[in-house]
Design a binder for this molecule. Structure first.
Ligand code: DQA
Length: 146
């Protein structure tokens, strides 16, 4: 059987702590629970997901390059706080031919002023914010329709 198209789901710093990290902002679901639900939805859509998390900016950049080299269908990216600081991530997104969908659990626009700038949004195909873990599912549906 042919391998289904792959969606990389890349998660940045502190997202390994989901479930216990400020649950009033980020919800009670762990990253593993989010991954499980995404895998179920991906199967329904005839897609495969490759879900990863790192606290290191360079890993996210290397994985974006890999998604480009491997011909991933799309990347779903929650870059955490690197969203607001990383020109290197902006450059990496622009350097690959794969559409990148930005996701945030919270709505950064409605929080501290330093979260209002997104270098990811400036290079991404589109953004989904403020819907908690549901945002990952919405992003997967968007990826499937690209
Ligand atoms: C976040 C929002 C960022 O501002 C924050 O630094 C995070 C999580 C979110 O998913 O809501 O780490 O990306």
């Amino acid at each position: 059987m042919a391998t289904p198209p792959t969606i990389y789901v890349l998660n940045g710093p502190n997202l390994n702590l989901l479930g216990t990290r400020e649950p009033e902002i980020y919800g009670a679901e762990t990253l593993d629970e989010i991954a499980g639900a995404l895998e179920d939805r991906a199967r329904e859509l005839g897609l495969a997901i490759d879900m990863r998390q790192s606290n290191h900016e360079g890993h996210l950049i290397d994985w974006l390059h890999e998604a480009g080299a491997e011909g991933a269908r799309a990347v779903i990216l929650n870059a955490g706080a690197f969203t607001h600081s990383s020109i290197a991530l902006y450059d990496a997104i622009r350097a690959i031919p794969v559409p990148v969908i930005e996701v945030h659990l919270s709505n950064p626009q409605a929080r501290e002023p330093f979260r209002r700038r997104s270098y990811v949004a400036a290079a991404a195909k589109g953004s989904i914010s403020g819907f908690g873990a549901l945002g990952y599912q919405l992003a997967l549906d968007a990826a499937a329709s690209l």
